[in-house]
Design a protein around this ligand. Structure first.
Ligand SMILES: Cc1ncc(COP(=O)(O)O)c(C=O)c1O
Length: 445
């Protein structure tokens, strides 16, 4: 350590750093950690992590590539880009490896895209917290457009044109619209006709369509296809995906983007690569090797994803049932590991019994009184007064890999003692909430 020289006394800086709040999903995790530290029994339903162990074959591939220390190409290795192209081609979107760009997660790729597009971005309301936050980080404005009822992840095509025309009249430059297929936070999947109409409006308005398809392989109903915008507006659709959700490798940080063919797509790719070259240089080489293996979809990984899809479907449905039993309105979860209940039907009782007026009041009550960590709908751009929240049950699958593997293998995971126990606790909390809301609380002594 250097001793401080007496001639250069410490001097406070005369400015504050730009305030950038911690992403709401990460913040709820930290709050729960504190509660657990205080000895409270907690139900961690806030963080959108897949909650499944890494498949051993994937770990073996990573280990085999640990010696790869060189940076490699900014766009990613030829092997990874070819494998990702194959992944999309098998899903009905013929893809040339030259259209694929990889990065350390799809989040940074999205950031590079928004940076390269350089304009305001239409985001669905509600939508994943990061779209609006990243739009602001690149110095642009999110234009929030409500989703059609029951179809999360896609701004209502009927409202899109009006919102964009109004923003442009204010002098704003709107360049893109983001869709999430299937959706986080609602766990639903928009209908094909809605996506087709959205693409038609995007074409009329000269918007790029960014389709975040990170949950694509986690649609609960077997055989239901995801209506990707790339089918309806290939000249302007960018698709992103990653290993984070279907293979539960979020911490590995590996994502891929598919850019459109043609002059605009190539120019966009060049700009994205420019941003990538100045921010992350290249995605980690050992991860790229493992990802090339994953995107080739060997049978053992396909089966693993299949089982995780069944686990997510079973537990999300059981959670939705608990909320419905307590009197909430709950869209049936259709994909991924999210439930998005609306406690609007209990509004009067919650207001009188607990002073709950907003989604944030409700989620603070759940956290402070019951140790239940969920996120308010307002974090996703829902109006603050709507009593909706996102519930992510995947951290209930087990405390350790042994329990998580048992959950993956079980034909009835919601009946496993540790999952059933958590579901019962959730049921009790909701019943208590509804009951004590109905009977006003005595004032604290
Ligand atoms: C809709 C959506 N897109 C992207 C991500 C993150 O992707 P990655 O881990 O590839 O950066 C998440 C994670 O929560 C998500 O919910």
């Amino acid at each position: 350590m250097h001793a401080q020289s007496p001639s250069t006394p410490a001097r406070p800086l005369p400015f504050a750093p730009r305030p950038v709040p911690l992403s709401a999903t990460l913040a709820v995790n930290e709050a729960l950690h504190r509660k657990r530290g205080q000895g409270m029994r907690v139900l961690p339903l806030g963080f959108g992590e897949a909650g499944i162990p890494i498949h051993p074959a994937l770990a073996r591939e990573l280990e085999a590539a640990a010696g790869r220390g060189a940076y490699g190409p900014v766009a990613g290795s030829a092997a990874l880009r070819a494998a990702a192209a194959g992944y999309w081609s098998r899903r009905g979107t013929p893809t040339d490896p030259s259209s694929v760009v990889c990065g350390p997660g799809s989040k940074p790729l999205l950031f590079a895209l928004l940076m390269a597009l350089g304009g305001d971005v239409v985001v669905p309301a509600p939508s994943w917290v990061t779209y609006a936050a990243q739009t602001a980080l690149v110095g642009a404005e999110p234009v929030r457009v409500a989703t059609p009822p029951g179809e999360g992840g896609v701004p209502s095509p009927a409202l899109l044109a009006d919102a964009v025309v109004r923003a442009r009249r204010r002098g704003r430059t709107v360049r893109a619209v983001v869709v999430t297929l299937p959706d986080n936070p609602t766990g639903t999947l928009a209908a094909e006709d809605t996506v087709r109409r959205l693409c038609s409006v995007a074409r009329d308005l000269d918007l790029v369509v960014i389709s975040d398809e990170i949950y694509r392989d986690l649609v609960h109903e077997p055989g239901r296809t995801v209506p990707s915008p790339v089918r309806f507006a290939p000249e302007r659709a960018v698709v992103t995906t990653a290993l984070s959700k279907s293979l539960a490798a979020g911490g590995w940080r590996l994502g891929v983007a598919r850019l459109p063919d043609g002059p605009f797509g190539r120019a966009l790719r060049d700009s994205v690569l420019g941003v990538a070259s100045e921010v992350w240089s290249s995605a980690p080489a050992p991860m790229q090797h493992a990802a090339a293996y994953a995107f080739a979809e060997p049978p053992e990984l396909v089966e693993h994803v299949d089982r995780s899809r069944r686990l997510h479907a079973a537990v999300a449905a059981a959670v939705a049932d608990r909320f419905a039993a307590a009197g909430a309105r709950v869209p049936r979860p259709q994909a991924a590991f999210y439930v998005y209940p609306d406690l609007g039907p209990l509004r009067e009782a919650l207001g009188e019994g607990h002073g709950v007026r907003t989604a944030e009041d409700l989620t603070s009550l759940l956290l402070e009184r019951y140790g239940v960590g969920v996120l308010p709908g307002s974090s996703f751009g829902d109006p603050p007064a709507a009593l909706r929240m996102r519930v992510a049950p995947s951290l209930l699958y087990g405390e350790d890999d042994e329990q998580r593997l048992a959950a993956l293998a079980s034909p009835a995971p919601a009946a496993l003692p540790w999952i059933a126990g958590a579901l019962d606790r959730l049921g009790e909390v909701l019943a208590d909430l509804a009951e004590s809301a109905a009977a006003p609380q005595p004032a604290p002594a």
